[in-house]
Write a new protein. Structure first.
Ligand code: BGC
Length: 674
């Protein structure tokens, strides 16, 4: 058909409703064309159907910036890794990040970004901890909703991954995550569910692993029943790359896998024909899968005039500034004895800068989240820019006023990388020696960790007066680190994951059955993941979830609840007064936790149910307000397979971390309508 004739077909008419257009195009497809649309081509594309003018739908990695190829032919902005973005606790920054990556995808002429990755950080050993956001379902949910909304505001599809329970890289193609229904509902599902119900995510990526014995791509319970029927997902599911290697055609069709990537395997034409011959009912599932893909093709504007879709832009100064801002807000100050930080350039003559990570470029390697930015400022380059003509940079700690040591991990195998988990919970031994040696030569030593997951610090933390967790902070990372070190930025990041003292303190590390498992890995800790475990078992972490210092102090006072009793479906207002009681401007992330002290089931001692980021001038005071909804009190009851709230007293706690609780109050829940 000629282009001019195609333009007259109903599905090309952008004045028709989305569903009318989907139905019209769908009704024109032959069975063979449906098969063709179900699997990918050349790594990042769907197959074209020239007859109907269906162009390739193009999708690129990844979660920290767009990577359209592996040669760096098309450089893109490299943003801080997801754990750093999560440490900002700032949904607005996450939304801006979403907009920016979508603009870059759009500029490249593609339609979907293979991000965000939101698997729960169950163990600090997972090779992809840096690529995921947090251990906490509430924080995870608030951030994913913002990212997805940002991306899709540009008519680019977000692809939320990896659904579900891909919480380790060891044996990821074969292992079955054995997880209770309650843990799925309370810990592993909430962010995925919110991505659908609060942000209308247009695509999900199925996981490599099995969930309770069945691979993600053919898991009927996970995809068809939960994601589609229960949550109301209207988009399409794409397999992780080669995740269909061990699955069956019929299972994938039935479960709702629309698109197999990167190429044909279970969706080879012969196999699909056979699946339909054997069970004619499978056609109705296939039709649904195809409609879902078409729907998203329309949503991103594949059939619309170019003037109707956003234009897009790449590598703009605005995107680079945003990368720096996220890093500035995500860097976490872990320790600062005797106010060693910030360093005042006017008060020193020289700084010794050491450590293997001072020159590290963190964009390269790491697996599918790898990036090729037009430039990347290393930690040393960032320091040099600030110190130029003011302070000398040397390499001998004993001759220096202050020493800064850049250590940590990198994206080599067994560090923070895809495919494999970390081999060790400790820093490489050479680095531990270097820290001890440096601090002996100069007690004024600052350790900056460039790494994407918790590591053990017990061998050296007591001796070192100041520690900064700088993560993998993106292409402007070096500048952001220098901004924090010299006080141009007052740190406000808070840990989105617990840092344990010992790996054995961590809930997944009770036995080889619970990590890494073999054919199966048993999530025996249930809902007691992260701080829920440390709190309840009274294990002191090295640094708790939600923790991070500032160059100023904040005073928490005056908790007020607007009522003593909360009725079913009601709302409860909570407020506190927060004062910046220090001498410099700063931002605090105020956290609200809830606990149900008496319950028929085991519940965590506290669960995050709200947070606010507040910026205050010195001596400034403000009222910080929260609203508690009754659903914030619920747990998942496995007997009835429903969420349940029990009557009685609840505690509300306000803190600067999950351990540093400053204010507490109580209210009663009554299971009657207002
Ligand atoms: C990763 C995905 C990624 C895909 C495409 C897989 O190995 O698990 O996160 O999007 O490759 O590169």
């Amino acid at each position: 058909m000629e282009k001019e004739d195609r333009a007259l077909l109903s599905f090309m008419n952008s004045n028709l409703s989305l569903e009318e257009r989907v139905e019209d195009l769908f009704s024109r497809l032959t069975l063979e064309e449906k098969f063709k649309l179900s699997s990918g081509r050349l790594m990042w594309y769907t197959r074209k159907i020239k007859r109907l003018g269906i162009d390739s739908f193009a999708m690129y990695d990844g979660p920290h910036g767009v990577r359209p190829d592996y040669e760096g032919k098309n450089p893109c902005t490299y943003f801080p890794s997801a754990i750093c973005r999560a440490a900002t606790w700032d949904p607005e920054l996450s939304e801006q990040f979403g907009i920016a990556i979508a603009e870059e995808v759009r500029e490249l002429g593609a339609h979907m970004i293979l991000a965000p990755g939101i698997n729960i950080q169950r163990t600090p050993m997972c090779g992809r901890t840096f690529e995921y956001q947090t251990e906490d379902p509430y924080l995870n949910k608030e951030l994913v909703v913002a990212v997805v909304k940002g991306i899709q505001s540009q008519r680019i599809a977000a692809c939320v991954k990896h659904f579900a329970c891909n919480n380790q890289e060891t044996n990821r193609f074969t292992v079955s995550s054995e997880v209770s229904e309650r843990a799925l509902e309370e810990i592993y599902f909430p962010a995925f569910k919110a991505a659908v119900q609060d942000a209308d995510a247009w695509s999900f990526m199925s996981c490599y692993n099995k969930l309770n014995g069945i691979y993600g791509s053919e898991n009927y319970y996970l995809l068809r029943e939960t994601l589609m029927n229960k949550w109301g997902f209207r988009g399409f599911v794409v397999s992780d790359w080669n995740a269909t290697a061990f699955t069956a055609t019929e299972g994938c069709i039935k479960a709702g896998l629309s698109l197999e990537m990167p190429t044909r395997n279970v969706y080879k034409i012969k196999k699909m024909e056979k699946a339909l011959d054997e069970e004619p009912d499978n056609l109705k599932f296939l039709n649904d899968n195809v409609r879902r893909l078409l729907r998203v093709m329309f949503l991103v504007g594949l059939f619309d005039d170019k003037s109707l879709v956003p234009k897009g832009s790449r590598n703009t100064p605005e995107h680079q500034m945003l990368a720096r801002k996220i890093a500035q807000n995500g860097i976490v100050l872990l320790k600062n004895e005797n106010k060693l930080l910030p360093i005042k350039l006017s008060e020193i003559r020289n700084i010794a800068v050491l450590g293997p990570n001072k020159d590290l470029k963190t964009s390269l390697n790491g697996g599918s989240s790898q990036n090729f930015p037009p430039y990347e400022i290393t930690a040393l380059e960032g320091l040099k820019e600030k110190c130029k003509n003011k302070v000398k940079i040397i390499n001998s700690p004993s001759d220096s006023d202050v020493s800064i040591l850049f250590v940590g991990l990198n994206h080599e195998e067994y560090m923070d990388a895809e495919h494999v988990d970390k081999k060790s919970f400790k820093l490489p031994i050479d680095q531990v020696k270097l820290i001890n040696k440096t601090v002996t030569e100069n007690p004024n030593t600052i350790v900056v960790l460039i790494s994407g997951s918790p590591i053990s610090m017990v061998d050296w933390i007591e001796k070192v007066p100041a520690v900064i967790q700088a993560w993998y902070a993106g292409m402007e990372g070096g500048r952001a680190i220098a901004d924090v070190i010299f006080g141009d930025v007052n740190p406000s990041g808070k840990l989105p994951i617990t840092f344990p003292k010992e790996l054995s303190d961590s809930p997944a590390h009770k036995s080889t059955k619970t990590y890494p498992g073999d054919e199966k890995v048993y999530y025996d800790e249930g809902i007691f993941v992260g701080y829920r475990h440390f709190d309840t078992k009274h294990i002191e972490p090295l640094f708790p979830f939600g923790y991070g210092l500032s160059y100023t102090q904040f005073t928490y006072e005056n908790i007020k609840l607007n009522k003593e009793k909360l009725m079913r479906d009601g709302l409860l207002d909570v407020s506190i007064d927060l004062t910046n009681s220090g001498t410099v401007e700063g931002s605090e992330i105020v956290q609200l936790y809830i606990s149900d002290p008496i319950s028929s089931v085991n519940r965590p001692l506290k669960e995050l149910k709200g947070f606010r980021k507040v910026k205050l001038e010195p001596s400034e005071k403000t009222q910080v307000k929260f609203q508690i909804k009754t659903e914030d009190l619920a747990f998942f009851d496995e007997n009835s397979s429903e969420w349940k709230i029990e009557e009685g007293k609840f505690k509300v706690m306000i803190g600067s971390s999950s351990v540093d609780i400053h204010l507490e109050s109580e209210f009663e829940y009554i299971d009657k309508e207002n």
